[in-house]
Write a protein that binds this ligand. Structure first.
Ligand SMILES: Cc1ncc(COP(=O)(O)O)c(C=O)c1O
Length: 366
């Protein structure tokens, strides 16, 4: 759709946008301007010339991509830290005993949930999204919209309703779905959501994550990391903590401005993207790749029909196969023990890339 806007080396088929998105071309130039002018010339004055509000401003730009009206998303910290904030916010004050975690979750989600459970004397119950078996013991359910290993897409509407039906809250991890399909956080009444920006959103390595706290929860949301950036009067230098009345209460410390402004620049390529069209392209690309892999290689595709922009293929020699694919210019990744992952970012992956990648895979495994 917009390949000409990206820097992808000649001869490379890049299928790892589900891990680290490719850089939009103009980001390097924008960062020169940020470093030379905003940092170099304006120096400390830049904090009051826009830097301070960057986390909320960039949060609103992401909000547009995840169905959140303004003032409900803030950018900063890592996904792991934001999961901690969201889970603590959700269980605080709850008498309920359980934190339910997607059993196939990306490990950090489970590790952070463990910390929250031990700090709040709750217990963790791992469950598959297809059979959560929720009861009134559940304080919160932590789910991934797209499974990082298989690429399976979970039904946000149905699972959010299931959690709410027993009075539990839900925290969605959107790492593998932001920038993949239209998401409707406000419309579905999601309690909290978090996600990273370095995958399909192309924010750059380690770019800051985001957290969504809907307006109606902001009054009561207690950020467990009560840093000065979340204070209602950060420059009042008061001894006691009083949270900001809005989404800024989800901030903690000084934002990583350089990374955040690289993300801000990268988001320019998303300005006019129609997410419905993007979703159609993602489905078409993944279907094309799947069809060719099945026809040419005999390998098992483990990605189900309801999927994100990823196709995962099982191979007993996954690491060696991926090393050879990369040698031949097809970049995906592998997850132990036996999974090859291929991510299709419709902004810069073409049909021809999908077919040539499957053909290269077939040359290697046959
Ligand atoms: C589902 C999911 N959650 C969280 C993370 C990473 O979290 P963090 O940004 O804290 O490294 C990833 C990284 O790949 C992920 O896939």
């Amino acid at each position: 759709m917009r390949r000409e806007l990206f820097d992808i080396p000649e001869g490379v088929i890049y299928l790892d946008g589900n891990s680290l998105g490719a850089p939009p071309k103009h980001v390097a130039e924008r960062m020169q301007e940020v470093i030379r002018h905003q940092w170099g010339t304006r120096l400390i004055r830049s904090w009051s010339e826009g830097w301070w509000e960057t986390p909320q401003r960039v949060g609103d730009r992401i909000g547009r991509l995840i169905g959140a009206a303004e003032g409900q998303v803030v950018v900063g910290d890592s996904t792991s830290v934001n999961i901690f904030k969201a889970l603590m916010g959700a269980v605080k004050g709850s008498e309920r005993t359980e934190i339910v975690v997607d059993e196939a979750t990306f490990p950090t989600d489970g590790y952070i949930a463990q910390s929250v459970a031990s700090l709040t004397q709750k217990r963790i119950r791992a469950a598959h999204p297809s059979s959560l078996d929720l009861t009134e013991d559940a304080a919160v359910v932590l789910l991934n919209q797209v499974d990082y290993r298989t690429g399976a897409l979970n039904d946000m509407r149905a699972l959010t309703e299931q959690a709410h039906a027993v009075g539990a809250q839900v925290v969605w991890d959107l790492c593998h779905s932001a920038g993949v399909l239209p998401i409707e956080l406000d419309a579905l009444g999601v309690d909290y959501a978090v996600g990273c920006t370095y995958k399909f959103l192309n924010g750059g390595p380690g770019s800051p994550a985001f957290i969504y706290v809907p307006k109606h929860k902001q009054d009561t949301f207690e950020n467990p990391l009560s840093g000065w950036n979340g204070h209602r009067e950060p420059f009042g230098m008061k001894p006691g903590y009083e949270p900001d009345p809005g989404i800024a209460r989800a901030r903690v410390g000084t934002p990583d401005i350089l990374s955040m402004l690289a993300l801000d620049a990268a988001l320019d390529v998303w300005d006019d993207v129609d997410l419905v069209e993007l979703r159609e392209r993602g489905l078409a690309l993944t279907a094309l790749f799947r069809e060719h892999v099945e026809k040419l290689t005999g390998l098992e595709v483990i990605t189900p029909e309801h999927r994100g922009n990823q196709i995962s293929v099982r191979s007993p020699r996954a690491k060696a196969v991926m090393d050879e694919l990369i040698n031949r210019g097809v970049i995906g990744d592998h997850r132990p023990p036996d999974i090859l992952r291929f991510g299709f970012a419709p902004l810069y992956v073409t049909d021809d890339d999908a077919i040539r990648a499957a053909e290269t895979l077939a040359e290697i495994v046959n």
